[in-house]
Design a protein. Structure first.
Length: 167
């Protein structure tokens, strides 16, 4: 019973801070609300028993990525910058698109979740299976995407250094 209460509290916090993050007119407050969303998501991971994933969520996303966002905001905008108010002409189509997207996702999940669960027998993977899956080069294995991301990050770092040197 306590786990359900904690789950609902965390879910309400995630939804509320997500809405505040998107609708806030001050960009630094939006980033702060996003930080709260990421921390509450780590709370959900803890509730499910995934301590490592919660630690990664807090250290990588709530720590590193949010610091990057806040530095970017502080370096590119002036203190007290406000976003323009959203007009109803733009809000109504955005809301309609969100409802249509939610309906499509709900339809796909509702009609396909039982099919997928019945086709796949449950088997606990071993660490060797996970390692082979992560470091293979076949289809649905992740060595090449990891390498591509590392090259992209290296290019980003070199580009940032070049931009900083020109200033």
């Amino acid at each position: 019973m306590a786990e359900q209460i904690i789950f609902y509290v965390l879910a309400i916090l995630i939804v509320a801070f997500s809405i505040l993050s998107v609708t806030s007119r001050r960009i630094l407050r939006s980033a702060t609300y996003l930080l709260f969303v990421l921390i509450a998501t780590a709370g959900l991971y803890l509730l499910m028993g995934y301590q490592f994933l919660a630690a990664v969520q807090i250290s990588v996303y709530a720590g590193g990525i949010m610091v990057l966002y806040i530095f970017s905001i502080l370096l590119t905008s002036h203190a007290g910058d406000k976003a323009r108010p959203v007009s109803w002409k733009r809000l109504l189509p955005a809301g309609a698109a969100a409802v249509v997207g939610l309906a499509i996702c709900g339809h796909i999940i509702y009609y396909n979740v039982n099919k997928v669960m019945s086709l796949v027998p449950f088997q606990e993977p071993t660490m060797q299976d996970i390692g082979r899956t992560m470091m293979g080069t076949d289809k649905y294995q992740y060595l090449l995407p990891f390498e591509a991301i590392s090259v992209l990050l290296l290019a980003s770092i070199v580009g940032a250094i070049m931009i900083a040197r020109k200033r």
